[in-house]
Write a protein that binds this ligand. Structure first.
Ligand code: HEM
Ligand code: HEM
Length: 193
């Protein structure tokens, strides 16, 4: 599928920012009560807030863009027609896997789009729960809400890890099978591939 320059640019920024957040979370240390924040911890907060901005731009663009993946394909859950297409695509994937074949790459696959939508939701939940925790630290939301947000942030963090590994892993498998969507998705030339 031909994707617009803005979709590719926002996706590249998002992939870099989210990967940064996950990697930094592995090495940063949460400060004890009354202790100053470490550099890596501050970096996670700052890039986390930037990620929220990139996500907002991605959502707004996904709402208004034309002739690319529609929002209805990213979130097919409430449309009987889209759910039927999704079920048929899942069947196609299972049939290929049963023959020990990598499912054939299809642009605009309903299953791939639905999973991209879930990934977008997981990353958005992660950034919003991080923001809520941060607002709590700044005294702008109730302490109890900020504590709950911290738990939710951990949960979403695990979901985002799972998404990134699965999503990037599928992209690499398709690349090895001869469909180089990675170069297409990360190309920042105006016309794209
Ligand atoms: C966690 C960070 C990431 C998020 C949230 C994310 C999200 C998405 C979304 C929402 C799409 C669909 C875009 C659209 O249809 O407009 C997409 C497509 C794609 N992403 Fe990512 N992505 C991430 C990281 C990566 C990484 C690291 C790679 C490469 C290894 C990658 C490779 C691709 C490719 C190749 C496609 C096109 C797939 C297709 O044509 O079906 N993404 N990604
Ligand atoms: C999409 C963006 C983000 C991702 C993917 C992300 C990911 C993560 C992950 C994986 C952890 C480790 C959780 C664990 O201990 O198991 C973490 C911890 C943390 N993050 Fe984020 N984060 C994001 C945005 C933010 C933002 C915007 C803030 C605040 C401004 C923030 C603040 C924190 C804090 C304070 C912790 C340590 C507390 C804890 O253990 O839960 N994060 N983050």
């Amino acid at each position: 599928m031909q994707r617009s320059w803005l979709t590719r640019a926002l996706h590249t920024l998002l992939a870099l920012a989210v990967t940064h957040q996950l990697l930094v979370s592995l090495v940063m240390e949460e400060p004890e009560e009354g202790e100053a924040e470490g550099l890596l911890f501050e970096l996670h907060e700052t890039v986390g807030l930037v990620t929220l901005g990139i996500l907002l731009a991605f959502w707004l663009w996904a709402l208004v863009r034309r002739s690319e993946t529609p929002l209805g394909a990213l979130f097919p859950w409430l449309s009987p027609g889209r759910l039927r297409e999704l079920a048929a695509d899942i069947g196609r994937h299972l049939a290929a896997l049963a023959r020990l074949h990598l499912p054939e790459y299809r642009p605009a696959s309903p299953l791939a789009a639905a999973i991209h939508g879930l990934g977008l939701l997981a990353v958005t939940g992660s950034a919003l729960s991080g923001l809520t925790w941060w607002l709590g630290e700044e005294g702008l939301v109730a302490h109890a809400l900020a504590e709950a947000a911290e738990e939710v942030h951990e949960l979403f963090g695990n979901l985002v890890w799972a998404y990134l590994v699965g999503h990037a892993g599928m992209a690499v498998l398709h690349r090895l099978a001869g469909h180089d969507e990675i170069s297409a998705m990360f190309s920042l030339r105006p016309g794209g591939r």
